[in-house]
Design a protein around this ligand. Sequence first.
Ligand code: ATP
Ligand code: MG
Length: 418
Amino acid sequence: MAAVRPVRGTRDYLPADSRRQRFVETTALAIASRYGYGEISTPIFEFTEVFARTLGDTSDIVTKEMYTLADRSGESLTLRPENTAGVVRAVISNGLAQQVPLKYFYRGPMFRYERPQKGRLRQFNQVGIELLGVAEPGGDIECIALAADFLSALGLEAIVNLEINTLGDPDSRRTYTERLVGYLEGRRAQLSEDSRMRLERNPLRVLDSKDEGDRAVVAAAPSIMDSLNETSRSFFAAVRAGLDTLDIRYTINPKLVRGLDYYCHTAFEFTTEALGAQGTVLAGGRYDGLAEQMGGRPLPGIGWAAGVERAIMLVGDHGGAFPDEPRPLAVVPQSPAQDAAAQRLARELRRAGLPVDIGYAGSIGKRLKRANRINARAAIIVGEDELARDRVAVRDLDSGIQEEVALAALADGLVRFL
Ligand code: ATP
Ligand code: MG
């Protein structure tokens, strides 16, 4: 029955998965907070226009990947494929553009109709930041530093590489696009069908192609570095100098372009060898033209987004570590006669802030077995004799050592197990 399968490219996040997801998200939020970024949360869907106008009608996302639906009033809505457009829309709708700089962190699900594979889902999660109203290279440097600190905090410093490029200002980008088209036109026959289409509509995108044949053609393509005007050149030099000052290592990849239309100047990615084809963990860039394209006043911006599922795969398998799963305490009545007392005690301990599990039925042996199965740290055994003296037995389930503890001192005494 179709209804009991998840939709292709979606998955369930069971408690262990959710814990990892939260860890990645809260790590990102903690680092972003240190830089003064506050959390923003925009709707999961927007008017289709918000994405169609900003991502450009030639981007892969708009042409192939959007989940678009008509709601009951006939409005065309789209599940957000990314969050930058939504954040900029929110800044304009809330009239915040005068209060720059604006510094936002976000997390949440994104939706793209893609071919699912390892590290590629149709519903996936991103964490990201946006810095709005800063036209200076200092903004680019801060964003990249924040990204580097986030990945280091996950323990991934040694397995990711920072690649940077510049797309130049609109003038340089135009000059370069013409040169690139000249080169690619001469090699049209060697290009994939997708890239021949990109060549017509959005030639820079050919540089981003994952097709083997395209890659060979692209390898010898002219470099953007030779098309930069003075403004673009000095902007890029300032970004590089800032990264050097902060000892952030990078390689320059002149073929790196962002998949979206609104980027200029700095583009960057943190990539890894450890994830096969899905090697980009975090990607970002400057998007000075976006707010205007959306109908707002000019508002420079820069930001990045990281794939949470990809980060989780890396932390789990290649670097860093997730925090240990917290271990509960188990309250175990000696016999059914102590059930009520055990229930009361469990609730009291929980209200005192302790994580407490209690079996619902069964003999003391069965309940101790359950305590072991859930990896409880200690068992609080509620027995008739002890109870009569206002005491319980506390068994350290790692060492097996058991001792009697007065009820009045119990909550405090249990803290050492956490
Ligand atoms: P790719 O080249 O892998 O398709 P992209 O350029 O489309 O990536 P961005 O739009 O820059 O990706 O998104 C930023 C990050 O979000 C990516 O680097 C990746 O970690 C993650 N991401 C993007 N699409 C997916 C997806 N379908 N499933 C899981 N993670 C994704
Ligand atoms: Mg993509």
